[in-house]
Design a protein around this ligand. Structure first.
Ligand SMILES: Nc1ncnc2c1ncn2[C@@H]1O[C@H](COP(=O)(O)OP(=O)(O)O)[C@@H](O)[C@H]1O
Ligand SMILES: [Mg+2]
Length: 304
């Protein structure tokens, strides 16, 4: 029986040096090899960005979340892991206002957001990507990113209709911001392509761009690497690290690939049947017998 979750799972290991963009090896900062992780010690920035406090969420007789509490410190990548149906997506849905928990509170930068609607949560600076990509497949990459920024526009509909003054200036600013994201995610060659014609891995990257276009302080990523091949996963892992390090954005990540999770994550929260069964740094989590049991109970589908 396997006694930890590190090796043999296609572990992507973070490489401490050479973390600048354009670093030549394996097109990024991660490679497919298990070498032990640099996340040996607990990293904390001290300021609490997100606090989830005693959340209960039920659908009929099913308890999706059961007294769930955890917090995310500013600047960290925190992964939520757990078998299928453990409540990972439901947690993100509560945070961004899609679901309303029956009990408990959620605080973002000290502000209670428990009952806010998704658009209000987004305005405060929480953006997300989805398990199923949410893009306008008939629009170009640039237009998708522009559409994502719409709620940041300040001009009135009348100014917009007449397209003068503030509207024009705003449009120029937003286009510039979109081009920055396209450059950051290396999407230049597809900028004018219609999204529906692009490969799945690229669309996942555009979906990350859509979330970034909303200028988040906190980014919620729901399985951003699902269905990707190894090379696409490496690229996405590198972009996620860049988002954290270059943009200083705090990230909550749901991901099934334990190699990726152990490699790029600062802290892990483990869910099973809606309950938190473990929490800590990757080195501790991957040796935790309770975690291993929860995963082995579900067998290889989520570990592969
Ligand atoms: N909208 C919903 N209606 C009914 N049941 C739901 C709904 N959303 C989630 N659930 C249930 O809540 C549990 C947790 O689901 P989910 O959060 O999607 O799990 P995970 O993302 O960890 O796979 C599952 O039993 C799921 O069927
Ligand atoms: Mg899910």
């Amino acid at each position: 029986m396997r006694d930890d979750l590190s090796g043999g799972l296609g572990a992507l290991q973070r490489i401490p040096e050479g973390r600048n963009r354009g670093w030549p090896c394996t097109r990024g900062k991660v490679r497919l090899e298990s070498q032990g992780t640099q996340n040996m010690t607990e990293k904390t920035m001290g300021t609490v960005e997100l606090k989830v406090d005693n959340l209960d969420l039920s659908f009929g007789g099913i308890k999706a979340l059961d007294n769930l509490s955890f917090q995310v410190d500013k600047g960290l990548i925190v992964s939520i892991i757990g078998p299928n149906g453990a409540g990972k997506t439901s947690t993100l849905n509560c945070i961004n206002g899609f679901y309303r928990a029956q009990h408990g509170e959620i605080y973002f930068r000290g502000q209670r957001i428990t009952k806010l609607r998704p658009d209000s949560v987004a305005k405060l600076g929480i953006s997300r990507t989805f398990q199923n990509i949410q893009l306008y497949t008939g629009l170009t990459v640039v237009d998708n990113l522009m559409a994502a920024r719409h709620f940041l526009f300040k001009s009135t509909w009348l100014e917009g209709a007449l397209y003068y003054g503030r509207t024009h200036k705003e449009e120029v600013q937003h286009r510039w911001a979109v081009e920055q994201i396209i450059d950051f995610l290396e999407l230049e060659r597809w900028r004018k392509s219609v999204v529906g014609t692009l490969p799945y891995g690229i669309r996942k990257r555009i979906d990350l761009g859509r979330a970034l276009a909303q200028e988040p302080k906190l980014l919620l990523l729901d399985e951003p690497m699902a269905g990707m091949n190894v090379e696409e996963k490496e690229d996405m892992a590198r972009f996620i690290l860049d988002v954290q390090e270059e943009k200083g954005i705090t990230i909550v990540l749901i991901e099934h690939d334990m190699g990726v999770v152990m490699d790029i994550t600062d802290r892990i929260v483990v869910l099973d049947f809606g309950r938190k069964i473990a929490e800590g740094i990757p080195d501790t989590i991957k040796k935790d017998p309770v975690v291993i049991k929860a995963y082995l109970g579900e067998q290889a589908s989520t570990l592969a």
